[in-house]
Design a protein around this ligand. Structure first.
Ligand code: ZN
Length: 152
């Protein structure tokens, strides 16, 4: 589980591990913005979100793509299925995991409709799009930070 780090101006920057977040608190680099109620890590409430005390220039964002997440893929693709354009509620691995596709790559994942046997997710199953006779309407790409987390 990661701890979300917010810039002093509240923009999400990245996630860090709990021990890393606690070290930031101990060094007074960051303050707790949101904590897990009832849980502690040493003397600190278990942080869920920490906020930097001083504003950092966001060069970090230019060097690092946002971390992959299912939610991020859905947001990048505007919750539209990459195959049929209907509402997407799941994520498809273009090259299936069973065929060596990467699990957490922005470039191997697209938003996809799921939930029924007629959904694109069920139709494609463990096949490549071409094998399933399906066509990608969008090319998977690494999203901008704002596409995943909203405007800064
Ligand atoms: Zn679909």
């Amino acid at each position: 589980m990661g701890v979300l780090v917010l810039n002093a101006g509240m923009e999400p920057l990245h996630t860090v591990s709990v021990p890393h977040a606690v070290r930031m608190l101990m060094r007074n680099v960051a303050e707790i913005h949101e904590a897990e109620t009832g849980s502690k890590f040493g003397h600190f409430p278990l942080p869920k979100v920490v906020r930097l005390v001083r504003y950092v220039v966001m060069q970090w964002r230019y060097k690092h793509p946002p971390r992959w997440s299912r939610r991020g893929v859905l947001r990048r693709d505007d919750f539209k299925c990459a195959y049929c354009g209907k509402h997407a509620d799941t994520v498809d691995h273009v090259v299936p995991l069973s065929r060596g596709g990467e699990r957490t790559s922005w470039l191997n994942t697209v938003a996809c409709c799921g939930g029924s046997s007629r959904s694109c997710n069920a139709r494609k199953a463990n096949r490549l799009p071409a094998e399933a006779g399906m066509h990608l309407r969008v090319k998977p790409r690494v999203p901008a930070w704002t596409e995943v987390y909203g405007p800064a």
